[in-house]
Design a protein around this ligand. Structure first.
Ligand SMILES: Nc1ncnc2c1ncn2[C@@H]1O[C@H](COP(=O)(O)OP(=O)(O)OP(=O)(O)O)[C@@H](O)[C@H]1O
Ligand SMILES: [Mg+2]
Length: 365
């Protein structure tokens, strides 16, 4: 634990009687990026502020590079400027009255670094984000993407051991955001930074992070690498939040697993009569076709283009409230009927029952 670049133990934060963080334990290795992912209000910014030293914990502790920087039990609290970290926020927080160069060199000035050294390091930081030519401009004369780059240059100029990002790209339009995610990942890797990156965008988190903490209601629901999260989401909430597919409840009878409360069978696998299982049917388990014998009948609810095809939400004909996601090359129209084949080996169970060894083919009745 002590050799982690940043760690928290039993971290809690209460506003009055309201708990906002309810016991957070994370340990992040040097040079790794952790994404905090979760819906609005789950406590992501609060956790980041506790690490930064902008908030003091109600319970538990925070350590950076093996040294405690906050501990509710002893009252220890190191202010932000003693934590050797850089921060980038959603709204950039640039100083409008200073030039770009002035903004970037400010943290060096605060550390009492001499002018020649400041100029050299400011130039280098601006070069790293591709803005060396704009050092004399005012932030108001830059585009949103350029302003965010200035904020990143300012955060890295003092070469902090840890950098904290709070939804840094959420004010940018989609195309710029997608480009900057890749650039940021590259910059973090090149500089060997340890980073915590707050987002509510699952694709940003999965692109950037070595580890992702999926948060909900002040707790971490699952902390794992992107590969593990995608392959083994711990709960239906995690699967849902990562848009991995549709979640359904199944019940066992006559040697088959049926969608609960219906006569539509999904797969053949052992089980006890009356057993209930909650499963994820991943998008990539489903092959689309026409309505035909041996395929599940479904109706298209809505569809959206997402770069590599149309992602459609569909409902299975029969069981109530089962919504799945499928990828289609062609555009699907709401109300259209489609046929589905589902690969049983890709179905993931959240409970004790496992279907992953299911290899026999099954013709849907
Ligand atoms: N100063 C405060 N006083 C009382 N409650 C607060 C305060 N600041 C935040 N909260 C509450 O704490 C909870 C977590 O807030 P936080 O800002 O950490 O959420 P978040 O995950 O960053 O959300 P978002 O994605 O919307 O930024 C919210 O319910 C919020 O209303
Ligand atoms: Mg927030």
């Amino acid at each position: 634990m002590t050799d982690a670049a940043v760690s928290t133990a039993g971290l809690e934060l209460h506003y009055g009687a309201t708990p906002v963080l309810k016991g957070i334990d994370v340990a992040l290795g040097k040079g790794k990026t952790l994404a905090l992912l979760g819906p609005s209000g789950c406590g992501k910014t609060t956790l980041l502020r506790l690490v930064a030293g902008l908030l003091s914990p109600s319970k538990g502790s925070v350590s950076i590079a093996g040294h405690p920087v906050a501990d509710a039990a002893t009252g220890l609290f190191a202010p932000p400027e003693k934590r050797n970290l850089g921060m980038v926020f959603q709204d950039y927080a640039l100083w409008p009255h200073m030039t770009v160069g002035g903004n970037v060199s400010f943290p060096l000035e605060m550390r009492g670094i001499g002018r020649a050294e400041r100029e050299l390091r400011t130039k280098r930081a601006l070069e790293r984000v591709g803005l060396a030519a704009l050092a004399d401009r005012r932030p108001s004369d830059l585009s949103g993407g350029q302003q965010q780059r200035v904020a990143i240059a300012r955060a890295i100029v003092a070469e902090p051991q840890l950098i904290l990002f709070d939804e840094p790209l959420s004010n940018l339009d989609r195309e710029l955001r997608e480009n900057m995610v890749g650039e940021l990942a590259e910059l973090i890797a090149t500089l060997g930074l340890t980073a915590i990156y707050v987002t509510h965008d699952h694709s940003e988190a999965l692109t950037l992070a070595d580890e992702v903490a999926v948060m909900r209601g002040g707790l971490i629901e699952q902390l794992a690498t992107p590969d593990v999260l995608i392959d083994q989401p711990a709960t239906p909430d995690v699967a849902d939040f990562l848009r991995l597919g549709g979640v359904a409840e199944l019940e066992h009878r006559d040697g088959l697993w049926f969608f609960r409360g219906s006569d539509v069978a999904l797969l053949r696998h052992r089980g006890q009569p009356g057993d209930i299982a909650q499963v994820l049917i991943p998008t990539n388990a489903i092959t689309l076709g026409d309505i035909a014998p041996g395929r599940l009948a479904a109706t298209v609810l809505r569809s959206q283009f997402r770069g590599d095809g149309h992602l459609a939400s569909i409902s299975i004909v029969g069981p109530a409230n089962v919504e799945l996601q499928v990828l289609s090359r062609t555009k699907l129209r709401p109300g259209e009927g489609v046929g589905l084949s589902i690969d049983p080996a890709r179905i993931r169970s959240f409970g004790k029952t496992t279907f992953s060894s299911t290899e026999e083919t099954f013709e849907h009745a």
